[in-house]
Design a protein around this ligand. Structure first.
Ligand code: ADP
Ligand code: MG
Length: 719
């Protein structure tokens, strides 16, 4: 028996663990979080008030209260069994980072104290020289610093107190994704408040984006995954013939959750609940072995931290259930990949959703201004939004017929599109006898309530009171996409507010100003609205005639990062400085080239050391059989045909492997990140594909008992 068949039999015999249901979620919810109410219980009133002002209203943190807060935090963490603390941050690796320090401080004579001061809470200096900086840190000033983000709560995982922090360089530049995210949230708030003030809203103190990310993932049995170096090291299969049964029956989608998977999901959810992460929805996805988890939406900063934790926990807890959790965007060719739908809305400090059409004429007019801003943001800055979704993995999804294309358009639905039409053309009646509507504040009727959308082919769809950005990859942090969205939206609101403020200052009423501005804005940006089928082959052609960019690959998108119109979105709203932008471009290009390089090396290794030896043995056996059969029977049609086919693909694979080896050399020899990324995309990826074609052909003609790699059917269906 090969290790592969042994693993299959073992899985077939194993009994699933029973799920550990938690009947009273309330008793564990947020029990591992040092929440606002915990702060209130444990801090002196005056200190709590100051901190709450920072947390709720964004007031600057008073460093004098840090010692008191740190002490309360430490006492709480010790009660939770913590022995260590860590500044938890989100460097440009795309993952989270942590370095644990014990609270323990020896005091001499064999004694110790648990120590945690305000200084230790507020700032840290991890040895950060190995994190990507895109040239911001030269080695002589390689230091990176972490700074406490008090706006999201600290939490305990295992025996470690986690303190969410920002990560920045000696020269004060962002080395992470939290800093620009927080800057983008402030920018959006600043600009949106100007609009609210124009509408006479004096109460709102801030505006913030809310995000609900839907996370897709695959589960693969760990015993099978261990036999696939591609899954273990690249998180996806680099070869594998199509299974006899894939997703064509669509019987997996929303199907009964297998018991083993249920036990896993329940443990994940319990851990999420303890961390105060409101996991709400779980279900089977379209592909076999594919699942989804979606928490309720939260403010963008919290939602981003929480999504990073969701991904970490999915990966860690999977191992306890003998699964490997694949967050990769395309683990299996020919099977649906995984995305992350980023549901996004904005609300004011009073909790009003500004993307909600509302029921009064006043609300409707304000809604139309924010809608115009969204269209303007997506239309003018679509290259910026595309940058929020870049990554080698996501390239396999975008543009394939399962994910929205790389062209960023907006779906509004029929009814809202019609409202736009009426505003633009000044027509006074809607086609199917819908209520008549004018832009004048006083004459706006309530917008139709059911604006929900079931068009799954649009990358950016209005779903009633929020937009759903569907181009994000499953393994990606949602920070970049929300940074892009917030920054682009801030720019659009800035433009609109400036114009409205000038009209009003010039003596026009807001109503009059809107009557002129809205039709013009909608006319200018209508080209980005597309309610048709985003998967159809005619759409890219039409999109081109509308002037919408189609940045099909990560490299195409990243090349645009340094363009003045792209850079300016970040610069204008002080979200990123020029140096930070160029550093990010460099890091992402490097990351792309490295990812493809690793996949290329793995493909080469598997082709030469797993597939070719088996293929050559099979070929020799077929040759032997053909010769012997011919000697005995006078002809050996079947044996010879098999021999020829094996030889065709074995020879083809050997040649393709040599080409891939050269491709990898050219990647290693490329000068600079951009050239390396080009070599990866244009030379290495096609060479990998050529190898794969032969490997997959061989898999289909070689004795199953001899084939070393677990098959797609085994990986996808054994749960
Ligand atoms: P779907 O039909 O796409 O599954 P759901 O209504 O289940 O949509 O919501 C998916 C995600 O959108 C959830 O995380 C949900 O909390 C989030 N969501 C709902 N309303 C908003 C909103 N106003 N702003 C941001 N996210 C929201
Ligand atoms: Mg959705």
């Amino acid at each position: 028996m090969t290790p592969r068949t042994e693993a299959v039999l073992e899985i077939a015999k194993s009994q699933p663990i029973s799920p550990k249901f938690t009947p009273d979620v309330g008793s564990i919810y947020a029990s591992n979080v040092f929440s606002l109410s915990m702060l209130e219980q444990r801090l002196p009133k005056a200190v709590y008030k100051k901190l709450a002002k920072t947390i709720c209203d964004g007031a600057r943190l008073d460093p004098d209260i840090a010692d008191v807060v740190a002490n309360a935090m430490k006492d709480w963490a010790l009660e939770k069994g913590a022995t260590h603390y860590t500044h938890w941050f989100q460097p440009m690796t795309g993952l989270t980072a942590e370095k644990h320090d014990a609270f323990l401080t020896p005091t001499g004579g064999g004694h110790m104290l648990n120590e945690f001061s305000g200084k230790m809470l507020i700032a840290g200096e991890p040895d950060a020289s190995s994190f990507p900086s895109g040239g911001i840190r030269s080695t002589f000033e390689a230091r990176g610093y972490t700074a406490w983000d008090p706006t999201v709560p600290a939490f305990v995982i295992g025996a470690t107190l986690h303190i969410p922090t920002m990560f920045y360089s000696y020269s004060g530049e962002a080395l992470d994704r939290k800093i620009p995210l927080m800057r983008s949230i402030s920018a959006l708030s600043r600009q949106a408040l100007r609009i609210l003030r124009l509408f006479g809203n004096t109460k709102a103190t801030y505006v913030r984006p809310n995000v609900g990310p839907e996370q897709e993932y695959f589960l693969v049995d760990r015993r099978l995954a261990a036999l696939r170096p591609d899954i273990m090291l690249a998180g996806r299969t680099l070869m594998g013939a199509a299974p006899a049964k894939g997703q064509e029956m669509e019987d997996h989608y929303f199907g009964a959750i297998p018991p083993r998977v249920m036990a896993f999901m329940q443990e994940v959810e319990n851990a999420l609940f303890e961390l105060g992460i409101p996991a709400k929805t779980r279900h089977n996805e379209v592909a076999p072995g594919q699942f989804e988890i979606a928490p309720l939406y939260e403010d963008a900063n919290m939602a981003t931290d929480h999504n990073m934790l969701v991904m970490n926990l999915l990966r860690h807890i999977a191992a306890r259930h003998d699964f490997v959790c694949l967050l990769h965007e395309k683990p299996f060719a020919g099977v649906n990949g995984s995305g992350k739908h980023n549901n996004w809305s904005i609300s004011d400090s009073e909790g009003n959703n500004l993307l909600n059409p509302g029921s009064t004429p006043q609300d409707n007019a304000q809604f139309l201004v924010f809608l115009a801003a969204v269209l303007r943001a997506v239309h003018r800055h679509s290259a910026v939004l595309r940058l929020g979704t870049v990554g080698a993995g996501n390239d396999h999804r975008l543009g394939a017929n399962e994910a929205p294309p790389a062209i960023i358009s907006v779906y509004l639905g029929e009814q809202l599109a019609e409202v736009l039409d009426v505003i633009i053309n000044g027509k006074h009646a809607m086609s199917h006898k819908k209520p008549f509507m004018e832009i004048g504040v006083s004459s706006l009727p309530p917008l139709p309530v059911d604006l929900s959308d079931r068009n799954r082919t649009s990358p950016f769809a209005f779903t009633g009171n929020k937009f759903e950005f569907r181009a994000v990859g499953s393994s990606q942090s949602i920070a970049p996409v929300n940074i892009a969205l917030n920054a682009a939206m801030a720019c659009a609101l800035d433009d609109i507010a400036t114009e409205l403020e000038a009209s009003v200052a010039g003596g026009a009423s807001l109503n009059e100003a809107l009557q002129t501005l809205l039709p013009r804005l909608f006319r200018e940006d209508q080209a980005v609205v597309f309610n048709g089928n985003g998967y159809s082959s005619s759409w890219p052609v039409e999109a081109e005639s509308r002037g919408l960019p189609n940045l099909a690959t990560t490299v195409d998108a990243l090349e645009r990062y340094g363009d003045p119109d792209v850079m300016n979105v970040f610069l204008r709203q002080q979200v990123l400085s020029e140096r930070e932008i160029l550093a990010r471009q460099e890091i992402l290009l490097e990351n792309y080239a490295k990812t493809v390089g690793i996949e290329g090396s793995l493909t080469l290794d598997m082709a030469r050391t797993s597939v070719l030896p088996v293929a050559l043995r099979a070929q020799a056996a077929a040759a032997d059989a053909a010769l012997k059969t011919k000697a005995l029977a006078g002809e050996a049609g079947a044996e010879e045909a098999l021999f020829r086919e094996l030889r065709l693909h074995a020879t083809g694979l050997a040649a393709a492997a040599t080409t891939l080896e050269k491709a990898l050399e050219s990647l290693r020899g490329a000068e600079g990140a951009l050239n390396a990324a080009h070599a990866a995309r244009d030379v290495v990826l096609p060479a990998m594909q050529a190898c794969r074609t032969h490997c997959d052909a061989l898999e289909q003609i070689i004795d199953k008992a001899e084939w070393p790699l677990p098959s797609y059917a085994e990986l996808l269906w054994m749960h």
